[in-house]
Design a protein around this ligand. Structure first.
Ligand code: 13P
Length: 250
């Protein structure tokens, strides 16, 4: 039985003091949630959020990490730096990083492998653009992103990997994939995971949906067989919107 996993990707929002205030209240109000909960603030907010969430069940994740031990990589943050402040989860391959910062599947895979070696849990994001979907390339694109992103991983590694399906055209646009379309993509992703690692691993892999998830659509999405949680952007920025999402199965 897969436990629902609801995550808030704050993207480039909130100052450290705003993030700490939010996190303190979240710690209290998420205490009795039945789902696994995570928030991913920006790097500069991480120490304040870790502090505010100490002793709470809310996981704190980074939005990115470098694939080297350390050294001359200006502007980057290493796994050891994150571990040192108590962060052991990272989102990798978000479509905004693919789109604006040129991250390729191979580069993302290098980060996945390195972060796993460093003992991190990963949320690997995949998803097609509108033109890829409209030109009938959905499966080709998702298949490639999953296969290359997870290349070189063992079945045991997959216990530390969550996949987030985020159709690019649904991110921040107010357009959500219909539950049926999302389920179709999730089932396909699970079949790709089964093809690589076997059906036991695939059955245990959490696959989140992301793209304009709101309190009004979350229940219908979560009711789908292969949708095991959500990676929420805009609606994770206010407690008014985020709390009903993390309490969607209460
Ligand atoms: P929105 O929920 O704002 O569409 O963002 C989704 C997302 O990109 C989460 O990573």
């Amino acid at each position: 039985m897969r436990q629902l996993y609801i995550a808030g990707n704050w993207k480039m929002n909130k100052t450290p003091s705003e993030a700490a205030l939010f996190a303190k209240e979240l710690a209290e109000k998420a205490a009795d949630a039945k789902v696994k909960v995570m928030v991913a603030p920006t790097f500069v907010c991480l120490p304040a959020v870790v502090e505010a969430l100490k002793g709470s069940r809310v996981i704190v994740a980074a939005q990115n990490v470098n694939d080297h031990e350390g050294g001359a990589y200006t502007g980057e943050v290493s796994c050891d730096m994150l571990s040192d402040i108590g962060v052991k989860t990272v989102i990798l391959g978000h479509s905004e990083r693919r789109q604006y910062y040129g991250e390729t599947d191979e580069f993302i895979n290098a980060k996945v492998l390195f972060a796993l070696k460093k003992g991190f849990d990963i949320v690997l994001c995949v998803g097609e653009t509108l033109s890829e979907r409209e030109s009938g390339r959905l499966r080709e694109v998702l298949g490639r992103q999953v296969k290359v992103g997870l290349s070189g991983l063992s079945a045991e590694d997959m216990a530390h990997v969550t996949i987030a399906y985020e159709p690019v055209w649904a991110i921040g646009t107010g357009k959500t994939a219909t539950p049926a379309d999302a389920e179709d993509a999730h089932a396909f992703i699970r079949s790709v995971v089964a093809g690589i690692f076997g059906s036991d691993v695939a059955e245990n892999t959490i696959i989140q949906y992301g793209g304009s998830v709101k309190s009004g659509n979350v229940r219908e999405l979560m009711a789908q067989k292969d949708i095991d949680g959500a990676l929420v952007g805009g609606a994770s920025l206010t407690l008014d919107q985020f709390l009903p999402i993390i309490h969607c199965v209460d």
